[in-house]
Design a protein. Structure first.
Length: 437
């Protein structure tokens, strides 16, 4: 047992909570990312372009996910966070399943909006809840374990999606009892969406350690004056990590398509490689980033999350610019091993940072503002920026490799610059908040 004065206590149950929330995160990213493996099939069956596909992957999900995250966080600072998340998991699981039962682009767009609304209940309440359970010197690792859900969920999306596409494509269609004949990509949505309902039931075993009626009610708008007083900290943190995430989202959305178009792979082959790398090297990178942040904290660096973010961005600048330009698939996969490590490296500490620089009474709202910026920029800009360069600049589907390299260079250079500029402000905010406790 590890404790700090007037702070949270680390127990086996606290790690159980992290485990359940990580599994919930896995479900969310599985439902979110499986779409990227289905790009060729959906474009063919619905007759849509790369840009229209990018709206399904990014815009339809991210706008509602980010905008609704703010009022949901305001609600979560006053209510039971667990119950809010249970409702969200149920909603996104149902809407993912419905994504497999529609046959037109507008209806699929609406279903993806529903997934975004459901997932808006997860990130900020989870970060707030985990921070309440752990002391600061262990938050980095705990948040990194929770962030494993990103990479385990994405990896499962690629593996399961690739496997199912390979199996059902052989039969060209599948029939569900009572329901109509489904295309392979529709069957994928049905099979990955339904297990989330069981996870919603498991989430009911998690306790919210905060009283259901807070001792000090949080007034509407309290978070905004605090953000204004620490604007440089929040702006550089949010935008810096958002640009890094935009590159990750762009790679996640288009990597399978890149492997298919450039090297002639099948979607199933691309899914297996992408899934294995994400679930192994990505997991290792996430844990390494969390341990690095905790080590920086023990050395007295109050800006530990930003240092980890800069290391990750520097690694991505080199590796994610190299892999799309490789002449063979083997060399590209070799570089993708490095990409997966550094792509995962900063995200546990980054999530911890959003909570660490915000007072506990408005912590969920502070985390929601961070995720608002992160996901609005990353989810809409990342996939669409890659598609923009392919469709509008290079005007060649086979130039996807160059689009991925250009977007990575721009994004990572900007990330490093913003995080370096924000380090002094972050230290001041962190030290002032620690002194006020």
């Amino acid at each position: 047992m590890l404790a700090r004065p007037n702070g949270p206590v680390e127990t086996r149950y606290a790690w159980y909570v992290v485990g359940v929330l990580t599994l919930t995160n896995v479900s969310g990213f599985l439902d979110r990312q499986v779409l990227s493996l289905l790009v060729p099939a959906i474009e063919r069956d619905l007759g849509i372009s790369d840009t229209q596909m990018s709206y399904l992957i990014g815009l339809s999900f991210s706008v509602f996910y980010t905008v609704l995250g703010l009022p949901i966080a305001w609600w979560a600072d006053r209510a039971n966070r667990r119950n809010i998340m249970v409702g969200g998991v149920t909603l996104w699981s149902v809407m993912t399943t419905l994504s497999g039962l529609v046959a037109t682009y507008p209806r699929l767009l609406l279903a993806r909006i529903g997934v975004g609304i459901g997932e808006a209940t997860l990130s900020a309440p989870s970060v707030s809840l985990i921070t309440d359970y752990f002391p600061r010197e262990r938050v980095g690792l705990a948040m990194s374990v929770w962030s494993l859900g990103i990479f385990l969920g994405s990896g499962l999306a690629y593996l399961i999606g690739g496997w199912i596409v390979g199996v059902v494509t052989a039969a060209r269609s599948a029939r569900l009892p009572v329901l109509a004949v489904l295309h392979p990509w529709q069957m994928v949505f049905v099979l990955v969406g339904t297990p989330g309902l069981l996870i919603a039931l498991l989430l009911l075993t998690v306790r919210d350690p905060r009283p259901s009626r807070p001792v000090q009610a949080v007034r509407r708008g309290t978070v905004l004056p605090y953000v204004r007083a620490n604007l440089r900290t929040f702006a550089t943190l949010g935008v810096g990590f958002a640009l890094s995430a935009a590159v990750n989202f762009g790679i996640a959305a288009w990597l399978a398509t890149f492997l298919v178009r450039t090297y002639g792979w099948t979607p199933a082959q691309a899914g297996i490689v992408q899934g294995v790398l994400t679930m192994t090297v990505g997991v290792a990178g996430t844990l390494a980033g969390g341990r690095a942040a905790d080590a920086f904290v023990r050395l007295g660096h109050d800006d530990a999350p930003l240092r980890v973010g800069i290391i990750g961005a520097a690694g991505m600048l080199v590796s994610a610019s190299a892999y799309p330009l490789m002449p063979t698939a083997s060399l590209a996969v070799g570089w993708l091993v490095v990409v997966n490590f550094f792509a995962a490296f900063p995200w546990g500490p980054a999530s911890a940072a959003a909570a660490e620089i915000t007072p506990s009474s408005i912590r969920t709202q502070g985390a929601a503002l961070y995720f608002f910026v992160l996901n609005l920029v990353a989810g809409t800009l990342g996939p669409t920026a890659v598609a923009f360069f392919t469709d509008r600049v290079f005007r060649d589907p086979l130039a996807l490799r160059y689009s991925l390299a250009v977007v990575n260079c721009i994004g990572m250079i900007a990330t490093i610059g913003l995080l370096v500029v924000g380090m002094p402000a972050y230290r001041r905010t962190s030290q002032a908040l620690a002194a006020s406790r």
